[in-house]
Structure formats: structure tokens, C-alpha cells
Design a protein around this ligand. Structure first.
Ligand SMILES: Cc1ncc(COP(=O)(O)O)c(C=O)c1O
Length: 441
């Protein structure tokens, strides 16, 4: 659809996480997309340097996905997901369980990352309840992002995301974040020290609140939205040990890291730590149709489903659109694409080149820090007149310079598509650098 500023009103749509007033004066609309590029409403080609929001690693408008969804829509467009099923959701759950570490083999479908997080909270509650264990506290982390529903906001460690939203769930305790501002530009993105020490913050919380009251600990293996903070060495393993010691469930929020971003199927495999519950979304359907999922260990599924009398509903939770046929078709096509195009191995091989390329920006005056984790980087610019203002401005300027990058605050989040070649990575670096050069303010 073409955009004509004289006849198309932009006023009525209240945009999410946006500077609505600024946008409506100077809109940036995408009217077409193909592979690695977006086409803006003025006809410019924009390289997608963040895979949308980590959503489209297999490239935009992948013909396999387009065809699969189209075909599905001709067969059936909606099936009630409560007490009735359709083959697609079972097939997709099986495909996902091939990628998750053992013994995580049961998958609950939702429609977004936020819903996945809230569902994981409820699964943890249901699991402990079924075992007759009255644990009610949750542990999250400073600088965490777990989506925007009230469960996720309750776990949020980013102040703007929770500041005025007071009606959060009680009993959430925050561990320290893992960022050390004195450690900058670390190649490989890993702090060699402090992993165990930082994870021991969970032990401190156990000793303060009583380990037996804690239901679950939520962490993003790589804290993405706060600016790509890789976990310090040994951190996730130590969290696993403490959780095991006290019967606490460990939840990895893999909404960003799932389906290849770390060069492995999930971050769990990259860091060699198996959580009890994993949340996922985004790349699951290559961003084409909204979908999320929560994958759990067999024991959790069996405990919750075994916890109620035969013939009755076991878990009072689910969405009208859980396992929607179009989303399942897109997800199944994406699973085929990951396999046939060997995208995870391809990404794994491209990671060293990508990380070096990102680090090459460290000589720029405006760059304060660069953190890399797998096929993702956070490039932090020095703050401008107000926190986040330079980042927001740069995001707009980069778009008109032909590069789409997501900024959170003053951190650019680079997350290339898995189909990108070295030339695309070089182009990201060149356009990023020239945008910084041209930036005034
Ligand atoms: C780690 C994490 N969890 C949850 C979410 C929320 O996902 P959604 O925006 O699909 O609700 C995000 C989104 O970026 C995320 O990064």
C-alpha cells in the first residue's frame, strides 16, 4: 500500500514504544520488504540491521513461509484450541522439542514473548501447587526485560518499563545486574571474573527470604533489551547450581536468543546450562505471524497434568489464539528453513567476523562501549542532552541513511539476519559509522 501524506491520516494509530508526535511529523513507513532489505515509503532501500526486533532472521517475505500460510488459510483459518486441536500445533511442538535441550519436550503456545513470560510464571505456580509446595516468590534481575504484560512488568528491571505501572505482582525480588561499566569493549563480550560472585546474589536472596519460598528465577541468558549484556563466565552455571540446591525453577527467557541467535539452537546450548522452563517467540515464525511458546521439562508437564482428577482440565490457562493455524504453518515452515538452509550453523560460522566488525567501531568518539554476544551486539553511544535522546535521534537518522537499527535508550542493538553475507555486515558498520559522523548533537 502506498503512503500519501496528503490523503492518509497517521493520527488515529497510537504507536507502541514510540515518539508518536515526532513520528507523525516525520514518518518512517515500510511499504515493502524483501530478504535483507526494507523499502521505505519514499522508495529508499534500508538494510535491516536488527532483523526487525530479532524477528526475521531468515529474511523478509521468505517464499516458503508465504506459501505455507497461504495454503493453511485455504484449508482452515481458525480452530478452537481448548479441548479441540489441529495437526499443525502438534507438529510444531514436536519440531521445537527437537531443538530444545533434553529433557525439555513439552510446548505451550501463546502469541508473543510477553504472553510467554506470563505463562511461564503461571506454569511455575501450577507446578509448585501440584507438588503441595506453597512457594510464592519470584526472583528477577535489575535491567531485565521480560515483556510488557503485568507479569513481565513485575519482573522488569528497566525503570521506564515499570515506573508508573504500580499494580505489579507482589513478592518479586531483584538480583544485581551483571554490567560493570568499567569493563568496556571486551572482545567476545565476556567478563572473565565475577560470574560466580554475581550469581551468588541469588544465594543471598535465598538466605534473606527463605529459599523454600522462591518459586522460580527468571533470566535472559543475554540481557537483550537493556543493551546486550552477555552473562559473565560461570554466571548461568552457578545460578543453575543454586536453583538445584533449593528446588527453585530456573527460567531462561529465550525470546531473543531462541532459534539460532547464539549460533546454537538456544542460548541454553551455547552456555551449556539446561533451564527448567524456556520462553520463546519472535524468530519462531520468522516474525511473520505473532506467536510465542513456553517449553518445559517433562517432569513439569507431568506434574501439572497429573495434579488434577481424570477428565478435568489440568491447567486453567490458554489464549483464544494459542497455536493459531496460520502461526503454526509459519512456524513449521520456519523450522524447515532453519534446517534446509542450515541457518544456525551458518550463523555460528559468521559470528567471529560479525563480532570483529562490530568491535571496529570502538575508535569512534561517540561510542562509549560495545558488547557482543553471538550474532548480537549492543553499541552504546555517549549520552546526549538527555538519556535516550541521542539514541532515538540516531535511530531516525540511520533509517534515512539506509540502515534500520533498534535503539534502546542510548544503546544500538545490532542483530543481523542469519542470511546476511559478510558484505551486509560491512554495510552495517559503514552506515553506522557514517551516521555517527553526520550526527549533530
Ligand atoms: C527477553 C524478552 N522477553 C520478552 C519479550 C516480549 O516479547 P513481545 O514483545 O513479543 O511481547 C521480549 C521482547 O523483546 C524480550 O526481549
Amino acid at each position: 500500500m502506498a503512503y500519501d501524506s496528503r490523503s492518509n491520516s497517521l493520527e488515529e494509530h497510537w504507536m507502541p514504544f514510540s515518539d508518536n508526535r515526532g513520528f507523525k511529523k516525520d514518518p518512517r513507513l515500510v511499504v515493502k520488504a524483501e530478504g535483507t532489505h526494507l523499502i521505505d515509503h519514499r522508495g529508499g532501500r534500508v538494510l535491516d540491521g536488527s532483523s526487525g526486533l530479532f524477528c526475521s532472521p531468515a529474511g523478509h517475505c521468505h517464499p516458503k513461509i508465504v506459501e505455507a500460510v497461504h495454503k493453511q488459510m485455504q484449508e482452515y483459518t481458525y480452530v478452537m484450541p481448548f479441548q479441540v486441536g489441529h495437526p499443525g500445533s502438534f507438529a510444531l511442538a514436536e519440531r521445537i522439542s527437537r531443538l530444545t535441550p533434553e529433557p525439555i519436550n513439552h510446548v505451550f503456545f501463546v502469541n508473543s514473548g510477553s504472553e510467554a513470560v506470563d505463562t511461564a510464571l503461571k506454569i511455575a505456580m501450577a507446578y509448585h501447587h501440584a507438588r503441595g509446595d506453597a512457594r510464592s516468590r519470584f526472583v528477577s534481575r535489575e535491567r531485565a526485560y521480560h515483556g510488557v504484560n503485568i507479569g513481565g512488568v513485575s519482573l522488569s528491571g528497566m525503570v521506564k518499563n515499570r515506573d508508573i505501572f504500580h499494580a505489579t505482582i507482589p513478592g518479586v525480588v531483584m538480583m544485581r545486574h551483571t554490567h560493570n561499566p568499567e569493563e568496556k569493549f571486551i572482545p567476545g563480550g565476556h567478563s572473565e571474573h565475577r560470574g560466580v560472585e554475581l550469581a551468588n546474589d541469588l544465594q543471598r536472596i535465598c538466605e534473606t527470604y527463605g529459599a523454600g519460598n522462591i518459586a522460580a528465577v527468571f533470566v535472559e541468558p543475554v540481557a537483550g533489551s537493556t543493551g546486550a549484556l552477555p552473562p559473565p563466565v560461570g554466571y548461568l552455571k552457578r545460578l543453575r547450581e543454586i536453583c538445584d540446591q533449593h528446588g527453585i525453577l530456573l527460567v531462561f527467557d529465550e525470546v531473543i536468543t531462541g532459534f539460532g541467535r547464539m549460533g546454537t539452537n538456544f542460548a541454553a546450548q551455547h552456555y551449556d546450562v539446561v533451564p527448567d522452563i524456556m520462553t520463546m517467540a519472535k524468530a519462531l515464525t520468522n516474525g511473520s505471524i505473532p506467536m510465542g511458546a513456553v517449553a518445559v521439562k517433562d517432569e513439569i508437564y507431568e506434574t501439572v497434568t497429573g495434579g488434577s482428577p481424570d477428565g478435568l482440565t489440568e491447567f486453567f490457562h490458554g489464549y483464544t489464539y494459542s497455536g493459531h493455524p496460520a502461526a503454526c504453518a509459519a512456524g513449521l515452515a520456519m523450522m524447515d528453513i532453519l534446517e534446509e538452509e542450515d541457518l544456525v550453523a551458518r550463523t555460528h560460522d559468521m559470528i567471529p567476523y560479525f563480532q570483529d566488525a562490530m568491535m571496529s567501531l570502538k575508535d569512534h568518539d561517540m561510542v562509549n562501549d560495545i558488547r557482543v554476544a553471538g550474532f548480537m551486539a549492543g553499541i552504546e553511544v555517549h549520552q546526549g542532552a538527555m538519556p535516550g535522546l541521542r539514541g532515538t535521534t540516531l535511530q531516525k537518522e540511520m533509517f534515512w541513511n539506509g540502515l534500520s537499527v533498534k535503539f534502546t535508550g542510548d544503546n544500538a542493538i545490532i542483530a543481523p539476519q542469519f542470511i546476511m553475507e559478510k558484505e551486509h555486515i560491512d554495510e552495517i558498520v559503514d552506515k553506522f559509522r557514517s551516521s555517527l559522523d553526520q550526527h549533530e548533537g
